[in-house]
Write a protein that binds this ligand. Structure first.
Ligand SMILES: [Zn+2]
Length: 342
């Protein structure tokens, strides 16, 4: 245990590559219900979680994030499984830990926006959020996580509560905001929220989810200017634009909203995510990852863009060996080439 460098030691040496998007990917695979997005898969098909951890690990992820996103008491109530709350949370960490051990990766506990916090009823709602975070973090700590990620927070106040709870357990805290608006719900900008959280002692601050590379990068530049500590960025791999800056807003001209289960027309390819990783590194982002919509092929391309050779690189593309678009097209196929190259 002692010889595994922790999050802060790794960040001091260079970029840490993360990978998330478990809920979206396991929904696509048929193990999570879109709508509630409660990670029931941990209870019902743990082997599917185990497999996805391993795929991200092979692709180069250095952190296995326990699938406790939306695995809190309030969320489990919505699917009638509150009685399995502790089992889900403990098992999720065990699964992440098992996969991490195969590749010297870190294990992160995970908490997120609760949908309970209300800045107009701060005192009462804070009490509830604190309870939710405390029970989740205590199980995660008990199972042996290395640090805690609090993510997709759209209230600054909820970020402060997350920080308070994580610090009470003495673990490194990574806190990232996401908002469908161009500010957090209290009206504070994401940039200012990151600055304040870092000043309050959050070890890593930044953004995740909601925005794709195109609309997250400009904000990262601003955050980098005001935060001297570590910065994290885990965008969604979708082509968001200044007009539709969050993936919840994406729609084709005259079309319906595509979030959350018809977003494919806007999906970034692996090259775009590799490019994001390079640009984020250039800006000075320390923890680079991906969120909802991300899949192992994105992560491998990002790892390679950062100069790494994860184990899945053994099967990285070698298109010169393709029978038709490769270098050695047989004479008999020459006449069909037009169909491939036009
Ligand atoms: Zn996400």
């Amino acid at each position: 245990m002692a010889d595994k460098p922790g999050l802060l030691e790794r960040l001091a040496k260079g970029v840490v590559l993360g990978a998330e998007g478990y809920v979206f990917e396991l929904e696509r695979r048929g193990y999570i219900k879109a709508g509630p997005f409660v990670p029931e898969v941990v209870l019902d098909f743990p082997e599917a979680v185990d497999e996805l951890h391993r795929e991200f690990l092979r692709a180069g992820a250095e952190v296995m994030v326990a699938l406790t996103y939306y695995g809190d008491r309030e969320k489990l109530k919505t699917v009638g499984r509150e009685g399995e709350l502790e089992t889900l949370n403990r098992r999720a960490v065990k699964l992440a830990k098992k996969a991490a051990a195969e590749g010297n990766a870190l294990v992160a506990g995970d908490i997120c926006n609760t949908w309970v916090y209300d800045h107009n009823d701060k005192e009462a709602s804070s009490k509830k959020v604190r309870q939710i975070y405390t029970e989740q973090v205590s199980w995660a700590v008990d199972e042996g996580v290395d640090f805690i990620i609090a993510e997709t927070l759209d209230y600054f106040g909820e970020g402060m509560l997350a920080l308070e709870v994580i610090k009470s357990f003495g673990l490194p805290a990574m806190i990232t905001f996401a908002s469908v608006q161009d500010t957090l719900r209290e009206g504070i900008s994401h940039v200012e929220a990151c600055r304040l959280l870092a000043a309050e002692g959050a070890d890593v601050v930044g953004l995740n989810c909601s925005r794709g590379p195109g609309t997250m990068l400009p904000m990262l530049r601003e955050i980098r200017q005001v935060v001297s500590g570590y910065v994290a960025a885990q965008p969604v791999p979708y082509r968001t634009t200044p007009d539709q800056y969050a993936f919840q807003q994406l729609r084709e001209p005259g079309g319906e909203r595509l979030f959350p289960i018809a977003l494919e027309p806007f999906l970034c390819n692996r090259f775009e995510m590799a490019d994001f990783a390079r640009q984020a590194e250039e800006i000075g982002v320390n923890y680079i990852g991906i969120c909802c919509g991300g899949a192992p092929h994105h992560v491998r391309a990002m790892a390679e863009a950062l100069g790494r050779t994860p184990s899945a690189s053994r099967y990285s593309p070698e298109l010169s060996l393709h029978p038709m678009i490769g270098k050695h097209v047989h004479e008999k196929d020459e006449e069909f080439l037009g169909h491939w190259k036009d």
